[in-house]
Design a protein around this ligand. Structure first.
Ligand code: G3I
Length: 672
């Protein structure tokens, strides 16, 4: 069924004298059945949930309640045995790294790196050219709805929630846009709804009547075409969803004075704790909602401070100084509007300077204790740590405590290769240099994932997906395999119900993408250790069953697979460690190694640091007691930098002070 033929009248607002014009667009939505010509992916491959980028990671403990899980268990035998890869083409399908992608040496006083010469990418790839929607894209109308149909749902008897007659909208910069979304479901009930890729400054407000509104007052920097995605969730089956994307065209009014001039600002810089005599850098960014570049004033620069313009970003100034005594430094920063100097924005930054004695941890260093047990013990490193005020103490402690380091974000596709031929190698180049200086193994994360993909990959032709994936793998391993011996080749291929997740890669190659990825990795890096990595697979359930079935299929197919990475993003009251132990043993029985790859233990309301400490110790014991467990890696190590910092999930606090969990790890590592 084609999308509705007629379209809402495009809303063109006459240029108002007063910018209070509100564009009200009401989208009446009635349920309508999807059918094959909406290419319902549910008809392509059963149990497939289109990845809409809105699915948040489900930590190991927060599995949806049983009544939402689809029949889990093993995936179909979808992986042919002993596949032989075709040679990579020459010339390649996708442009190789351009010469101007090679990092250059960073300017003095712009990083805290002192153990090696830090490098930087030679250019910044502006975010706006990453998403190059054109007028033609806008004129083409909204994208077809994407229906995610779980296996136990029959569209003939349960129609998906739907927004019909959704259309693209136009608005002038400076005016307020309001778009009402009112999903309905022909089978009754009130669908849920959530947004994706909300424009900066926009809000998606609940009207408390079943509808929600996108509200946004775009300004000059927003001129262009934006995609906004909203997903309706079936009232009865939450994994049954319809995802819609509209395009919003923001145009400049002919009279720019109709756009209100808003005050500038200094980007927020969190309080930091640093060590006396360590270099401190602060990347101070100013901004103006109207797109101009304000002037930065530092009202009280520390003694000996230097200011260096950012090599690419006019809005960033790099402050460097070396505090020589314990103190609390408050930097008072001010941004002054480049058009109207009476418009300013202020921001203060607190830097706590502690003596080195305050960072001394009791007892033996964790890496010494772990190395004595032949265990890789490590953390995931913050991207561009050397451009943070506390980068020096952060790396000092990391070097003292860990013998392996994972790349948290710097090797992900969207960061590394944001545009064809453009690569951002510097962050990982610097990490590799740091790891060498600190005698640490580097764990590469991750070559193939359904998330954090650049627009050019997401929009690629299905037929190109295999070579895009393989050429990326080959280039990354070609650059790093000599220094990075361990790789998460494929990350998070499974849904909660144990079936394969749909993704850019699955769409292009079916389940074989997993086997193909490992085979390419083996070809590109014959000596590397190659593992499959996922979450929610360590404790009993359909996803763990699906993982075990998938690993067996891969082994049966002759896939060059060396081990399984268990992410283990837990909460402190997790109490299924016995199931973790049993799953580890089932993997060992498959002659595969076990890696704990992303452990963090969040403390939710009502949970305690003591529970956290005890669980860290239990998980470490589960690894130490399993001969095939090769690595115990946390996803960071200080609560200052964690993807879940609001749950304080790590074992040093945000001032680098020891928590009970540090002591419990140290005790367990020191025991026989
Ligand atoms: O680099 C951009 C920056 O330029 C921009 O200004 C900023 C604000 O938009 O975003 C920055 O990118 C962020 C990136 O982390 C680097 O900081 C992304 O928005 C943000 O989504 C991304 O979050 C990461 C997340 O994976 C998604 O990739 C987390 O830091 C990272 O800890 C988390 O790690 C994942 C593992 O890779 C896989 N297992 C689950 C784990 C937790 O989600």
């Amino acid at each position: 069924m084609a999308m509705n033929a007629y379209r809402l009248p495009r809303v063109i607002v006459p240029r108002p004298a007063v910018l209070s014009a509100i564009i009200m667009i009401t989208v009446a939505a009635v349920g309508c059945s999807s059918s094959s010509d909406t290419t319902d992916p549910g008809t392509i491959a059963q149990n497939i949930d289109i990845e809409d980028g809105s699915d948040e990671l489900t930590p190991d403990q927060e599995v949806p309640s049983n009544d939402t899980q689809l029949p889990g268990g093993s995936t179909d035998t979808l992986i042919p045995a002993n596949l032989v890869l075709s040679p990579l083409p020459s010339p390649p399908l996708t442009p190789a790294p351009a010469e101007d992608s090679e990092p250059v040496r960073a300017e003095r006083n712009t990083t805290t790196a002192e153990a090696y010469f830090a490098v930087r990418d030679p250019q910044i790839i502006p975010a706006d050219i990453l998403d190059d929607l054109t007028d033609a894209d806008f004129e083409a109308g909204p994208l077809p709805a994407v229906i995610s149909t779980p296996a136990d749902v029959d569209p003939a008897t349960n129609t998906p929630p739907f927004f019909v007659d959704l259309d693209n909208v136009e608005v002038f910069a400076g005016q307020q846009l309001s778009v009402l979304f009112d999903p309905e479901d022909a089978d009754g009930g009130l669908p849920g709804m959530f947004p994706g890729n909300l424009p900066i400054g926009a809000s998606f407000d609940d009207n408390r009547n079943g509808t929600k509104s996108l509200t946004w007052r775009p300004l000059e920097p927003d001129v262009g075409i934006h995609e906004f995605t909203v997903t309706a969730v079936d009232p009865a089956v939450p994994l049954y969803r319809s995802t819609h994307t509209i395009r919003i065209k923001v145009s400049l009014p002919s009279d720019l004075s109709t756009i209100v001039n808003l005050p500038p600002s200094v980007n927020n810089i969190r309080p930091h704790t640093v060590q006396v005599d360590d270099p401190v850098v602060a990347y101070i960014k100013v901004g103006d909602p109207n797109g101009t570049i304000p002037t930065l004033n530092i009202l009280n620069p520390p003694p000996g401070a230097t200011l260096t313009p950012h090599p690419h970003e006019e809005a960033i100034t790099i402050l460097h100084f070396v505090p020589d005594a314990p103190q609390i430094i408050t930097l008072d920063l001010q941004a002054v509007d480049s058009v109207d100097p009476s418009l300013t924005g202020e921001q203060s930054v607190t830097i706590e300077v502690l003596p080195s004695s305050d960072f001394i941890r009791p007892g033996a260093r964790l890496r010494q204790l772990a190395s004595a047990r032949d265990l890789l013990f490590g953390y995931a490193v913050l991207q561009s740590y050397y451009e943070r005020p506390d980068g020096a103490i952060y790396t000092q402690i990391a070097g003292e405590e860990f013998n392996i380091v994972s790349t948290e974000n710097s090797l992900k596709f969207d960061f590394l290769n944001p545009m064809p031929g453009k690569f951002r190698w510097a962050a990982t180049d610097n990490l590799v240099q740091l790891a060498k200086a600190q005698r640490q193994t580097v764990h590469g994360h991750t070559l193939v994932w359904h998330r954090q993909l650049p627009p050019w990959v997401k929009r690629s032709a299905l037929a190109d997906r295999e070579l895009i994936m393989r050429e990326f793998i080959d280039r990354v391993l070609g650059r790093y395999a000599a220094d990075v011996p361990l790789w998460d080749v494929v990350n998070e291929s499974l849904e909660e119900d144990g079936t394969l997740r749909n993704s850019v890669w699955f769409e292009g190659m079916g389940a074989s993408y997993i086997d193909i990825a490992f085979r390419q990795a083996r070809e590109s890096a014959p000596d590397a250790t190659l593992i499959y990595n996922d979450y929610d697979i360590a404790f009993a359930g359909p996803k763990s069953d699906g993982m075990l079935a998938l690993m067996q299929q891969l082994k049966d197919a002759g896939t060059p697979l060396d081990g399984v990475g268990f992410q283990l993003h837990l909460f402190a009251d997790f109490d299924d460690v016995d199931e973790v132990i049993a799953t580890f043993q089932r993997i060992a029985d498959m002659d595969l190694d076990i890696y704990i790859t992303e452990l963090d233990i969040s403390i939710a309301d009502g949970q305690t640091e003591a529970q956290q400490a005890d669980l860290y110790e239990q998980i470490l014991s589960a690894c130490l007691d399993q001969p095939r467990c090769k690595a115990f890696q946390a996803w960071g190590y200080t609560d200052m930098y964690s993807w879940r910092s609001n749950f304080n999930p790590l074992f040093l606090d945000d001032r680098y002070q020891v928590k009970p969990a540090y002591l419990s790890l140290q005790k367990r590592l020191g025991e026989n």
